[in-house]
Design a protein around this ligand. Structure first.
Ligand SMILES: *[C@@H]1O[C@H](CO)[C@@H](O)[C@H](O)[C@H]1NC(C)=O
Ligand SMILES: *[C@@H]1O[C@H](CO)[C@@H](O)[C@H](O)[C@H]1NC(C)=O
Length: 343
């Protein structure tokens, strides 16, 4: 195996850590991390992962779920981001942007449907750091978010956009939406922080139990964790391909970018949520393996994506999120909802 690893290392510069596809599980207004118990939550999310997903998730998700849309058969975690919508520049109608599977560099997307690609890296894409600092798996019940829909200005480091060319080339990373049409769609990346306070499964803002050491890009070396957050966790990242191609011809030349996040938000508000749900110590075992290579981490169990695609849940929020809409689902129904005020 070592020599195969060396050959791969010479061929491709990116290969330390887990990387795998997850198909779309559901697209609806639910957010068990930020708005637990609210059905619906305030904006539409694109959600992948285990079938224990619901509005009030607590405890050991990996014990409760019975299937997952992810290629890693023991990963019942849930991963989600806001959904991207097109806002027609002249008539103001909205349309949901379809999601395409990301084509990983090695192995293709293996039949994923929509979804996103998930990474768990130990240090950067070339190396692990296990000799200097072990990587500890997340404990059951752990959750966190990255980014904030309320932010204006510039998205934080590690939250990035790329404009895909027709052959899938990714182009330069930018902190905001591309400013002209992207023939292959818009690619988003969400890197989570990787240093934990060692105590809290969550925090009131869902972020302060974690510390972000990313200074330039989340796939480069992970700097040392600070003493306030001394525990090195896997660096989690998601990549999503939003297929904007059908809407490019409706983008008035010279007009601002017509894409909005589902909270009617601009590019700075890009954010993502993570709910840990690996079964038992399966993630820990994968992370303990030095130079864990994409989908070849020790004894890690994989399933065909055809099996993953059969994992479904019933929608809890029965409302239209597709087709041409006169307003985003969040705003269509505010009049008839009595949501508790956020505090
Ligand atoms: C979510 O799932 C748990 C465990 O099955 C269940 O106890 C709870 O009632 C569910 N919550 C909702 C809102 O359906
Ligand atoms: C806006 O334009 C789209 C695309 O042409 C069309 O399908 C939709 O019905 C229009 N919306 C309204 C309110 O006219």
């Amino acid at each position: 195996m070592k020599s195969l690893s060396l050959v791969l290392a010479l061929l491709a510069p990116v290969q330390a850590g887990l990387r795998f596809p997850c198909s779309t599980l559901t697209i609806e207004r639910l957010d068990p991390v930020v708005q637990p118990g609210m059905t619906p939550s305030t904006h539409v999310h694109h959600i992948v992962g285990g079938n224990a997903f619901n509005a009030t998730m607590t405890g050991d998700v990996g014990e409760r779920a019975t299937c997952t849309t992810c290629q890693m058969a023991d990963d019942f975690s849930n991963y989600w981001t806001a959904h991207l919508y097109f806002k027609h520049p002249t008539n103001g109608s909205y349309h949901r942007i379809p999601v395409l599977p990301v084509q990983p560099l090695l192995g293709g997307s293996n039949g994923a449907q929509g979804g996103l690609t998930v990474y768990y890296t130990q240090f950067d894409l070339l190396r692990d750091n296990l000799r200097s600092q072990p990587v500890k798996s997340f404990p059951p019940g752990f959750r966190m978010t990255v980014g904030d829909p309320g932010i204006t200005g510039t998205a934080q480091v590690g939250l990035r956009y790329q404009c895909l060319s027709s052959n899938g080339g990714r182009g330069r990373e930018t902190p905001s939406f591309p400013t002209s049409p992207c023939p292959g769609g818009i690619f988003t990346t969400h890197h989570f922080p990787a240093c934990w306070d060692g105590k809290n499964l969550d925090s009131p803002d869902h972020q302060s139990h974690m510390y972000n050491t990313i200074t330039y890009d989340g796939f480069t070396n992970a700097p040392k964790c600070p003493s306030s957050h001394p525990v090195r966790m896997p660096q989690v990242a998601f990549e999503t391909t939003w297929d904007t191609s059908k809407f490019n011809s409706m983008w008035t030349p010279g007009a601002p970018n017509p894409f909005v996040w589902s909270f009617e938000g601009n590019s700075a508000g890009t954010h993502a949520d993570y709910m840990f749900g690996w079964k038992g110590d399966s993630l820990q075992k994968a992370m303990d393996k030095s130079e864990c290579f994409y989908d070849g981490c020790g004894s890690i169990k994989k399933q065909p994506m055809a099996t993953a695609n059969r994992c479904t849940i019933e929608k809890a929020v029965k409302e239209e999120t597709d087709g041409w809409l006169s307003a985003l689902p969040a705003f269509l129904s505010t009049a008839r909802e009595e949501n508790p005020p956020e505090c």
